[in-house]
Design a protein around this ligand. Structure first.
Ligand code: DGY
Length: 325
């Protein structure tokens, strides 16, 4: 019988309170310099570890997972999205995978509304005009944007975050349309219009908000053909995963004015985003800040730790076990 604490690799430098608890519960291998591990470095760093606490963007693909030491029994990601972890490959090796649902719903829904309003009301152009000393005063035609109140908002993906976005949008008297794998019960639908086929929703979207996870089915879902089905002058918002948008198609539509503006918090290949976005005045861009509040990041970390502690200290299934689809 050994009293050794299970060893857990932290792939990133997590918030201080989270690392304090990690180090109290486990023999923690921390990453105070927040070095980014590629697959081979991650395999090397996890030598002798029982668990890995990782984050979005880590290269836990099939190749990395196949090379992990036999000691690794759980991968707990500090994120709700888990497309960076090949769950099927982990399951094959009998490694449990867990994520952090629920705790970032409100923060992400808030940033969705920020993107929606920032895009509609030309916030990027306004702040740039002011900060570059080019504001010469109020003018009746200055920076007129797209009115939000009363417009139709189509939400792709009506899970927890999509529903929280809808709740906020109702305060703007927006008419909610949504598409989801399954229709919500009336108490959650709250009068929103369900579209079984997401393509059929597009003509009703003065605003389109992407709140669906990145899967093979949603990869580059917002493409030229679907953009063509949106009303002219629609606004596109994405706070889910960049890969859901075909960047070339969206950039072309923003340039031509087919799409009035876009509010984007996530990007394919981030942080190396498509260069075309940098020059677009009508793109309101944020650097993946959806969950970036102190409260939310702590809650994500504590949830990731709940999963590690249940599994490695109590011999239980992690409460937020993710299954291969
Ligand atoms: C998540 O949890 O998936 C977020 O994108 C990280 O902020």
């Amino acid at each position: 019988m050994t009293n050794r604490k299970p060893r857990v690799l932290a792939t990133r430098h997590f918030p201080p309170d989270v690392e304090t608890r990690l180090a109290a519960s486990f023999d923690a291998v921390l990453n105070p310099e927040d070095r980014l591990y590629d697959g081979p470095a991650l395999v090397k760093a996890s030598a002798g570890c029982d668990g890995i606490m990782c984050a979005a963007g880590d290269a836990l693909n099939a190749e990395t997972i196949a090379a992990l030491p036999a000691s690794v029994r759980i991968i707990s990601t500090f994120s709700v999205g888990y497309e960076h972890v090949d769950v099927a490959a982990a399951t094959k090796r009998n490694i449990a995978v867990s994520n952090t649902p629920d705790v970032l719903t409100d923060a992400t829904a808030d940033i969705t509304l920020l993107c929606l309003l920032g895009a509609a009301r030309r916030a990027h152009e306004g702040t740039t005009m002011l900060r570059t000393h080019n504001w010469v005063g109020w003018n009746p035609n200055q920076l007129t944007g797209v009115h939000v109140t009363g417009k139709r908002l189509g939400i792709l993906g009506m899970g927890r975050i999509g529903q929280a976005v809808a709740d906020r949008a109702r305060a703007f008297r927006m008419q909610i349309h949504y598409s989801n794998r399954s229709r919500l019960p009336p108490d959650l639908e709250k009068g929103a219009t369900f579209h079984a086929n997401a393509d059929d929703m597009l003509p009703y979207c003065d605003f389109l908000s992407i709140n669906a996870p990145m899967t093979p089915a949603t990869h580059k879902w917002v493409n030229a053909e679907r953009i063509g089905k949106l009303p002219k002058g629609a606004v596109v918002v994405n706070t889910a995963r960049g890969g859901v948008v075909d960047d070339d198609a969206l950039i072309a539509a923003l340039k031509s004015g087919r799409i009035a503006s876009a509010g984007l918090d996530v990007f394919d290949g981030e942080p190396k985003i498509h260069r075309g976005y940098y020059d677009l005045e009508n793109a309101f861009l944020l650097p993946h800040m959806g969950s970036a509040t102190v409260e939310t990041r702590n809650a994500m970390g504590f949830k990731a730790l709940d999963n590690l502690e249940a599994f490695l200290l109590k011999g239980q299934a992690p409460p937020d076990l993710v299954k291969a689809s």
